[in-house]
Each structure stands twice: as C-alpha cells, then as structure tokens.
Design a protein around this ligand. Sequence first.
Ligand code: PXP
Length: 245
Amino acid sequence: MLKLGVNIDHVATVRQARYRNSEQGEPSPVQAALSCEQAGCYGITAHLREDRRHILDRDIWSLKEALKIPLNFEMANTSEMVGIAIKLLPASVCLVPEKREERTTEGGLDVAGGFESLKPFVSTLKDNGILVSLFIEPSEKQLEAAASLNADIVELHTGRYCDTEGTARDAELKRIIHAAGVAEGLGLECHAGHGLTFDTVTPIAEIPSLVELNIGHFLIGEAIFSGLDLSLIHISEPTRLLSIS
Ligand code: PXP
C-alpha cells in the first residue's frame, strides 16, 4: 500500500497570518496533525524554515511529543537545523533547498553540486539514527549522487508535473516514472510530492516503485470545504446565531 504523509505547514501559515508575534493562536498545526493521525495517515511532515514563517520551534517539539506516527522533519542543510534535528530525533529528515523569497519549496536539492557540503550533515543525521531523505528533481544525476551520499530515501519533486499540461505534463510524468525505477534499482526508498491534487495524484500513485506520497496545500485547502459547514453549526448551536436545524 502507498503511504500518505501530510504536510501541515499550511495550517501554521494560516495561524501566522494573524498571530505573528503571539505565543498562541489558531489553527493549531499539532491539532491538524492529530486529526490526520486519527484519519489513518502514515506520517506528518513539518518544515521548520530558517525564517520561521510558518512552523515554529515550539510546533516541532509539540509534534514530536504528541504524534504516535512518524514525524518527517523537513529542513535546509544548515548547522542550525542539523543541531535541532539531532536533539529532536524525528523518524526522518527531508533535506530541501530553501530560498527566502520563495513561497514554497521551488525546485529540488542539487545533491550532485552540493555533494561535499551535504556529506557531513547526512552522516551526522544517520549516525543519530535518523533516516535521511533528499528532495530532488527526477534526474539520474541527482539520484546517483543521493545513492553515493548513502541517503535512505529520495523524494521526487512533482511540482513541474503538476504545473504543466498536455504533452509537457506527459513528458514530466515519464521522467518521474523512470526516476522512480532508477531509485529502486539504486536501493533508495522512493517518495514523491509537491503540488498534488485530486486531478494530478492518480498517475503518480500508480507508479509501482513509489512507497510514499507527501501532500499538503491541496488537502488543507480542501478541508475548508469539507469542514466550513460544520464550523457554522458548531458556533451556532450554543449561540443561536443561525437557525440550522
Ligand atoms: N514535499 C516537500 C519536500 C515539500 O516541501 C512540500 C511542500 O509543502 C510537499 C512535499 C507538499 O507539497 P504541497 O504542499 O504542494 O502538497
């Protein structure tokens, strides 16, 4: 069975839009993660960005404490983040490129180009019993570099596949299918994610060598539509705000 990991950064983005300098505020990413756990998802991903724009340090620690399912700690390959990871001891770390000006993780990690700088970080994480995942473009060069680095997992970036249409999307899907096969051949556990929706997920979920998909933004957005009517009912029942019977 294909595992589903849910990225809950997007819940924290909503919270931070209102409560940027506050110790509290809703919605809670931890509560969202627990709902996903209860619904049967395999794991939770949270990205502690260097600028702390959504997930905060306290969220990461609370997630680690509250969750029974695996926590995948997404982070940039910096000494600060590796320091946090080896104290936190999540089930896995997903290393991603990080640019301040981007809205979300744009493009994969250049494992081949950054091989020497990644090497000590990857071995420190692995020495501490943390599985290391590298978020990469579906390219053989990056896969071979990931295998040489002794990574446990690669997560293939599906952003370009989701952002294109027609023949361009078909070509990108072929690239992802090929890369997933190459990853398996190199002994790397293969995950995929970014930008997946009801419309785009099916052909990706059919790739046999994929073990896990990570989905965030679309699921959190959809939750508005499957939950807003209930929120209205819950606020109305004790207050008689609406005449919902
Ligand atoms: N995987 C990684 C490494 C990501 O950075 C993201 C972004 O949140 C995702 C998966 C999920 O992408 P999305 O939120 O677009 O579903």
